[in-house]
Design a binder for this molecule. Structure first.
Ligand code: SAH
Ligand code: SF4
Ligand code: F3S
Length: 449
């Protein structure tokens, strides 16, 4: 018998953490938990990320902030989950009220563990080892922000890019059973999802788990996409993130053969010079990357590509930076996330010499971001007067003329505001529109008659 309790989940980091937190909230709710704010919740979960910066400091600050604001309310259970939990482990239990630390692999058992700790407040639990397989999780209330739902297809990563902590915090890649992926997709479509996003740290290596000698009884990633795309009721399919070195001929062809697969792809480039790509351990050259982009554009000429860029990797010269800028330009990315390189103690690059000063990193980041602004502006401008379909997400703010509008995404994953009276739209509805004008990061459109 579960007892009533209130909970609050704070989430940092990537989409996988966001999705994990949604699952946890759905299961805790199904078991009688109620969401409450940080000031009053019985259970506070911090789902953490350590991909950059000083995560331990951020988490510690957050913990003292929570404890400070909660002095009058002692029976509080704080759970530190995710990548910082894996990284700092049992040390985190020394913080007041932290009674549970759990790596992402242990999410599946948290609802039981949280209930047990609530019944026995003296208990401290650390769940930190990696599981052998992708462990299936119980079904809760499927929470997602309609019309888009995310579905995990794997855990961990085998790539060990030299700057990256993910293989150490999330473990080796373990692919989920295809049947389980499909059944979660069906369930979410049943609850109103029109768009599904398949999630993983290296989605297109699905089934090729190094810990099993690359032999799993899994369909190829392209085959999995075909099966998901064929599910009745699904309008749009996306995935994130694929690795450029693992993009197969079939993966590329899917952009021309699967109508549900959207013409948008997040393809992390990281850097543009062969020397830096090699030192990052990315497994492709500048030429390979360009060729891949060319083949994707042949398969789907209107494909909108976005990317991730790291500047200031150890040993990066101005020339290397210029190669990053010229490759971004040659690929014509419609948007990108860019970051200053940050040392991760576990990752190999932290031992590399020739570290770049913070000042130089910031300057280089500005160069990347200003080029991206120009590329994004060009792309958004090129969309004006074209016709497309918007999947409505919800009402948006009034525009300059005070008219109410709706917002949603087009197939290129671009945010579009469309003039529709509030009662004329419905979340999840697909509306044909003509793009009227471009904003800085979004488009404005009118519905087609
Ligand atoms: N698995 C995904 C993304 C992983 S983390 C992929 O390979 O694309 C998301 C992004 O954070 C990465 O693409 C990279 O650009 C950035 N990143 C990872 N480690 C970093 C580090 N140590 N310093 C700066 N940026 C980093
Ligand atoms: Fe990190 Fe590289 Fe794996 Fe992405 S592919 S999670 S950057 S190790
Ligand atoms: Fe961060 Fe872990 Fe995701 S380090 S980016 S939360 S896999």
């Amino acid at each position: 018998m579960s007892m009533p309790f209130t909970f609050h989940i704070l989430t940092f980091g990537c989409q996988m953490n966001v999705n994990d937190s949604l699952w946890l909230a759905g299961v805790l709710s199904a078991r009688g938990g109620k969401e409450a704010d940080v000031g009053t919740a019985d259970v506070i979960c911090l789902n953490t990320c350590s991909v950059r910066e000083k995560p331990e400091i951020r988490v510690k600050n957050m913990l003292s902030q929570i404890c400070g604001s909660r002095k009058a309310n002692p029976p509080l259970l704080i759970a530190v989950l995710g990548c910082v939990a894996k990284q700092h482990g049992e040390d985190l239990l020394s913080f007041p009220n932290v009674r549970l630390v759990a790596a992402a692999d242990h999410l599946f058992e948290l609802p039981d563990v949280i209930e047990k700790i609530l019944q026995n407040p003296d208990q401290r639990v650390a769940l930190l080892d990696f599981t052998e397989d992708f462990v299936e999780r119980e079904e809760g209330i499927p929470l997602f922000s309609a019309p888009t739902a995310y579905v995990n297809i794997m855990q961990g990563c085998d790539n060990f890019c030299t700057y990256c902590i993910v293989p150490y915090t999330r473990g080796r890649q373990r692919s989920r059973e295809a049947g389980a992926v499909l059944s979660e997709c069906r369930q979410k479509i049943g609850y109103g999802a029109k768009e599904l996003v398949l999630l993983g740290q290296n989605v297109n290596a699905f089934g090729l788990d190094a810990c099993r000698g690359h032999k799993t009884q899994r369909p190829s990633f392209a085959r999995l996409c075909q099966e998901v795309a064929a599910l009745p009721g699904l309008q749009r399919l996306r995935y994130t993130s694929p690795h450029p070195k693992d993009m197969t001929e079939e993966d590329i062809a899917a952009f021309s053969t699967l109508p549900a697969l959207c013409p948008s792809l997040h393809l992390p480039m990281q850097a543009g010079s062969d020397r830096i790509l090699r030192r990052m351990g990315r497994g492709y050259t500048r030429k390979d990357f360009l060729l891949l982009v060319e083949r994707l554009k042949n398969a789907r000429p209107d494909i909108a590509l976005s990317t991730d860029i790291i500047v200031g990797f150890p040993g990066e010269t101005e020339e290397d930076l210029n190669e990053t800028l010229s490759l971004m330009e040659a690929c014509g990315f419609v948007s990108s996330y860019s970051f200053c390189y940050s040392d991760r103690p576990e990752a190999r690059a932290s031992t590399f010499p020739d570290k770049i000063s913070q000042e130089t990193k910031v300057k280089r980041l500005e160069a990347v971001q200003s080029l991206q602004e120009e590329l994004s502006r060009k792309w958004l401008a090129s969309r004006c007067q074209t016709e497309t379909d918007i999947l409505l997400e919800g009402p948006s703010k009034r525009d300059a003329e005070g008219r109410k509008s709706w917002q949603g995404r087009d197939p290129y994953n671009c945010l579009v505001h469309v003039h529709l009276p509030e009662d004329a739209g419905k979340r999840g509805e697909s509306v044909p529109v003509r793009i009227r004008e471009a904003g800085k990061h979004c488009l404005f459109a009118d519905p087609l008659p």
